[in-house]
Design a protein around this ligand. Structure first.
Ligand SMILES: *[C@@H]1O[C@H](CO)[C@@H](O)[C@H](O)[C@H]1NC(C)=O
Ligand SMILES: *[C@@H]1O[C@H](CO)[C@@H](O)[C@H](O)[C@H]1NC(C)=O
Ligand SMILES: *[C@@H]1O[C@H](CO)[C@@H](O)[C@H](O)[C@H]1NC(C)=O
Ligand SMILES: *[C@@H]1O[C@H](CO)[C@@H](O)[C@H](O)[C@H]1NC(C)=O
Ligand SMILES: *[C@@H]1O[C@H](CO)[C@@H](O)[C@H](O)[C@H]1NC(C)=O
Ligand SMILES: *[C@@H]1O[C@H](CO)[C@@H](O)[C@H](O)[C@H]1NC(C)=O
Ligand SMILES: *[C@@H]1O[C@H](CO)[C@@H](O)[C@H](O)[C@H]1NC(C)=O
Ligand SMILES: *[C@@H]1O[C@H](CO)[C@@H](O)[C@H](O)[C@H]1NC(C)=O
Ligand SMILES: *[C@@H]1O[C@H](CO)[C@@H](O)[C@H](O)[C@H]1NC(C)=O
Ligand SMILES: *[C@@H]1O[C@H](CO)[C@@H](O)[C@H](O)[C@H]1NC(C)=O
Ligand SMILES: *[C@@H]1O[C@H](CO)[C@@H](O)[C@H](O)[C@H]1NC(C)=O
Length: 602
C-alpha cells in the first residue's frame, strides 16, 4: 500500500484504483524525483559530490507491494549530465520501453528534461534501482527496492525485515575514472580500485535486534565492481530468496554476493542478550589487480542486543567458504525447461584496440551503442525487425522468436570473475563450471539439475563457463551484460531482441521518451544506423574503435607503457602479460604507437 512506504520519500500521490480492480487490490504509487547533485561522506574519509534524489543521499528505500503500478516522474536537475533509471530485475512485461538502459530501450534523458516511467510490478523480492547511463550509478544514483509480497510462503516465519545494502565506494567521480580506465595508459584494463566498502551507505552500522526474534534480511549489492563475502558472527543464515525467487531454505554461515545480486535470508536471534555481534562485508580482492596497503577491504556493522555492551571488532578469517548458489532450489519446484530451441554462445575476451585501450568482447565484438536505440529499431523496421542485421554489427544482437527456449553459453577466456545480468527475465542456471574448466563442452554434460536455481545475475568463474536457460515469453529488447560497471563501459554486453513483430503490435513509445532523443538530435526510427529506407544498409552505424593496425601488438604496447611508468613494474607486467621477452619488431611498434599517441606515458 502506498501509505505504508517506510521511508522519508513520501509518494506524492497515491491514486487508489482498488475499486476498479477488486480482485488485485493494486495501487498506483507515484514518485516525483528531482535527480540532482548533493554531497556526502559515507566512509568518513572524503566528502564528495554524489547524485541524490530530492536533495537526499543515501537514496530512499522503495517498498512497493506486489501488483502495484509505479509511476516515476524523473526530472533531470543535474545540469551537466544526462541520466536514466533502471529497476533492476523487473520483468517489464509489456513495458520494455520502461526498462531504462540507454541505447537499448531509450535515449539518455537530457539535463533539464523530464521523463516518466510507468509500469506494474508483479514479482516479489529484493531488488535495487539505478541509473543505466554510461558509468553513472557508482556516483550515487542507486538505491534499494523491496517488493513486499502478502503471499510470501515464508510469512509467519519471521518477525521483521532488515533491508541492507553492500557497496564498494570511490572518492573520485566516474567520468574521470572512466577516462583513465579506457585509455592506452591503462593497456591491461586494470579497473580502478575502490577506496572503501559500505554497508547501507555507511560504516559501523548498528541494527537493534530483539532476542529470540527472527529477521528477514534483504541484502542487495549495489556496488560498481566488488563482489562481497558476507557473514554474521555467531549466527546462521537461512537463505529463502535469491534475486526475487523464493528458494527452499538453505543454511550457511557465509554468502558471496556479486555486484548487483541479492539474497533474502532468515536469521534467528539468540535468547541471551548480553553480547552484540558483528556482521561483515568483505570485498573479493581477487577482482583487484592490486590491493593497496591502505585499503580496508572490509565493512562491519553490528546486531545490537544491548547498546551498553561492547561492539567488538570482527574476528579475522583465514579463508572464505561461501555457499554455492548453484545448489539452491526454487521453492516453487519449477523444473528445467525443455531442450533449447536456440543456443547463443558468447565467448568473452579482453584485448586492446587501435587506441591502445583495453576493451571487453563477446565473440570479438565490443558492444558499441547504436545510433538508434535498439528497441526503436525493432519497432520501426517492419518485417526486417526479425532480421538481426538491422540492429547493427556492434550490438551483439540476437533475435528470439516468441516462446523459444534459449540457452546462453558463456565461455570466459578471462582470468577474472564476471557477474552477468539478463534484463526482462530470470534464467535457470543449468551449468556452471569450476575455475579453469575452459569452454563449455556439451558432449561432456551428464545431467542438468532437475529443478535449477533461477536468478537474474550469475557469476562466471575465471577461465570457466556457465549455461543459463530461459523462455522467450516476454516480447521486448533485453540487455545482457556484465554488472561490473567498468566492463559494461568497455563493451561486455549483448542484446536480445525478443519477438519484435509481436512487439510492433503491442508497444507504443510515449512522447516524452521520443522527446529525449529529439532534444539531442538522435534519430528514433530505422536500423542501427538510422537508415529508414534501406534497413539492411548499415552505413553510418556507430562502430567500435578499430583493431590495432598491422605491425602494432598489444603486448608490446602494454610492455612499453608500463616500462615507461616504472622499469620494475614493466618487467613484472611483461612477465605476466606475455611471458616471452619482446621482439625488436614489437618494441618498435610499441614506440611508434606511443609516439603517435602523444608519447606521454607518465
Ligand atoms: C568505523 O569505525 C572504524 C574503526 O573505529 C573507523 O576507522 C571508521 O572511520 C569508522 N567509519 C565511519 C564512517 O565512521
Ligand atoms: C538501510 O537504509 C535504508 C535506506 O535509508 C533504511 O530504510 C533501512 O532501514 C536501513 N537498514 C538498516 C538495517 O538500518
Ligand atoms: C514493506 O512494507 C510491508 C507492508 O507494509 C512491511 O510489512 C515490510 O516490513 C516493509 N519492508 C521493508 C523492508 O521496509
Ligand atoms: C557536474 O557537476 C557536479 C557538481 O558540481 C560535479 O561534481 C561533476 O564533476 C560535474 N560533472 C561533469 C561531467 O562535469
Ligand atoms: C500508466 O499506464 C497505464 C496503462 O497504459 C495508463 O492507463 C495510465 O494512464 C498511465 N499513467 C500515467 C500517470 O501516465
Ligand atoms: C530460545 O528460546 C526458545 C523458547 O524457550 C527456544 O525454543 C529456542 O530453542 C531458544 N533458542 C536458542 C537459540 O537457544
Ligand atoms: C578483511 O577481512 C578478512 C576476513 O576476516 C581478513 O582476512 C582481512 O585481513 C581483512 N582485511 C583488512 C584490511 O582488515
Ligand atoms: C552512437 O550514437 C549515439 C546516438 O546517436 C551517440 O550519442 C553516441 O555517442 C554514439 N556512440 C559511439 C560509441 O559512437
Ligand atoms: C570434456 O571432456 C574432455 C575429455 O574427457 C576433457 O578433456 C575436457 O577438459 C572436458 N571439458 C570440459 C569443459 O569439461
Ligand atoms: C568434448 O568432450 C568430448 C567427450 O568428452 C571430447 O571427445 C571432445 O574432444 C571435447 N571437445 C573439446 C572441444 O574439448
Ligand atoms: C509475460 O506475460 C505473459 C502474458 O501474461 C506471460 O505468459 C509470460 O510468462 C510473462 N513473462 C515474464 C518473463 O514475466
Amino acid at each position: 500500500m502506498a501509505l505504508s512506504l517506510s521511508n522519508f520519500l513520501i509518494p506524492i500521490a497515491a491514486i487508489l484504483s482498488s475499486w476498479l480492480m477488486p480482485a488485485v487490490g493494486a495501487d498506483t504509487v507515484t514518485f516525483d524525483w528531482d535527480i540532482g547533485w548533493t554531497r556526502a561522506n559515507p566512509d568518513g574519509m572524503a566528502e564528495r559530490p554524489v547524485i541524490g534524489i530530492n536533495g537526499q543521499w543515501p537514496l530512499p528505500l522503495l517498498n512497493i507491494t506486489k501488483g502495484d503500478r509505479v509511476i516515476v516522474n524523473m526530472n533531470n536537475k543535474l545540469g551537466n549530465e544526462t541520466t536514466s533509471m533502471h529497476f533492476h530485475g523487473m520483468f517489464q512485461n509489456g513495458t520494455s520501453d520502461m526498462d531504462g538502459p540507454v541505447g537499448v530501450t531509450q535515449c539518455d534523458v537530457p539535463a533539464g528534461s523530464s521523463f516518466k516511467l510507468n509500469f506494474t510490478i508483479d514479482q516479489p523480492g529484493t531488488y535495487w534501482y539505478h541509473s543505466h547511463s554510461r558509468g553513472q550509478y557508482p556516483d550515487g544514483l542507486r538505491g534499494q527496492l523491496i517488493v513486499h509480497d502478502p503471499e510470501n510462503p515464508y510469512l509467519g516465519q519471521f518477525d521483521a525485515e532488515i533491508p541492507l545494502t553492500l557497496s564498494d565506494w570511490y572518492h573520485d567521480e566516474m567520468p574521470g575514472l572512466l577516462a583513465g580506465f579506457i585509455s592506452y595508459k591503462n593497456p591491461t584494463g586494470a579497473e580502478p580500485i575502490p577506496k572503501s566498502a559500505l554497508m547501507n551507505d555507511t560504516q559501523n552500522l548498528t541494527v537493534p535486534v530483539e532476542p529470540g526474534k527472527t529477521y528477514y534480511f534483504r541484502l542487495s549489492n549495489v556496488g560498481a565492481f566488488a563482489g562481497q563475502y558476507f557473514w554474521v558472527e555467531g549466527h546462521t543464515m537461512r537463505i529463502i530468496e535469491v534475486d526475487g525467487v523464493y528458494t527452499d531454505p538453505a543454511e550457511t554461515d557465509m554468502i558471496y554476493i556479486a555486484a548487483s545480486q541479492r539474497y533474502g535470508f532468515l536469521v534467528t536471534m539468540k535468547n541471551d542478550s548480553s553480547a552484540n555481534f558483528a556482521m561483515v562485508g568483505s570485498m573479493d580482492t581477487d577482482l583487484f589487480d592490486t590491493v593497496p596497503a591502505t585499503l580496508n577491504t572490509n565493512v562491519t556493522g553490528w546486531l545490537v542486543y544491548d547498546d551498553s555492551a561492547p561492539k567488538t571488532a570482527a574476528a579475522l578469517l583465514d579463508d572464505f567458504t561461501p555457499f554455492d548458489d548453484f545448489t539452491l532450489r526454487p521453492q516453487d519446484g519449477m523444473e528445467i525447461l525443455g531442450d533449447a530451441d536456440l543456443t547463443v554462445t558468447l565467448d568473452l575476451s579482453m584485448n586492446n584496440l587501435g587506441d591502445g585501450a583495453n576493451y571487453a568482447f563477446f565473440n570479438d565484438i565490443t558492444y558499441t551503442q547504436p545510433v538508434v536505440p535498439t528497441l526503436y529499431s525493432a519497432l520501426t523496421t517492419g518485417a526486417n525487425a526479425a532480421d538481426g542485421t538491422v540492429y547493427g554489427e556492434y550490438t551483439n544482437s540476437y533475435v528470439l522468436e516468441k516462446d523459444q527456449i534459449v540457452d546462453i553459453v558463456l565461455n570466459n577466456a578471462d582470468t577474472g570473475k564476471h557477474p552477468f545480468h539478463l534484463h526482462g527475465h530470470n534464467f535457470q542456471a543449468i551449468h556452471r563450471g569450476p575455475d579453469n574448466e575452459g569452454s563449455y563442452n556439451a558432449t561432456n554434460e551428464t545431467s542438468f539439475p532437475v529443478t535449477p536455481m533461477r536468478r537474474d545475475v550469475l557469476l562466471v568463474r575465471p577461465l570457466a563457463n556457465f549455461v543459463v536457460r530461459f523462455k522467450a515469453d516476454n516480447p521486448g529488447v533485453w540487455f545482457f551484460h556484465c554488472h561490473i560497471d567498468w566492463h559494461l563501459a568497455s563493451g561486455l554486453a549483448a542484446t536480445f531482441v525478443e519477438a519484435p513483430l509481436e512487439l510492433q503490435k503491442t508497444l507504443t513509445i510515449p512522447e516524452d521518451h521520443l522527446e529525449a532523443c529529439r532534444a539531442r538530435g538522435i534519430p528514433i526510427a530505422g536500423n542501427a544506423a538510422g537508415n529508414t529506407v534501406d534497413m539492411l544498409d548499415l552505413k553510418g552505424q556507430n562502430e567500435s574503435v578499430p583493431p590495432l593496425p598491422a605491425g602494432f601488438t598489444a603486448r608490446g604496447i602494454v610492455a612499453l607503457v608500463f616500462s615507461c611508468i616504472s622499469a620494475f613494474l614493466g618487467m613484472a607486467v611483461i612477465a605476466w602479460y606475455g611471458a616471452a621477452p619482446l621482439s625488436s619488431a614489437e618494441l618498435a611498434s610499441a614506440k611508434r604507437f606511443v609516439a603517435e599517441h602523444g608519447g606521454d606515458t607518465e
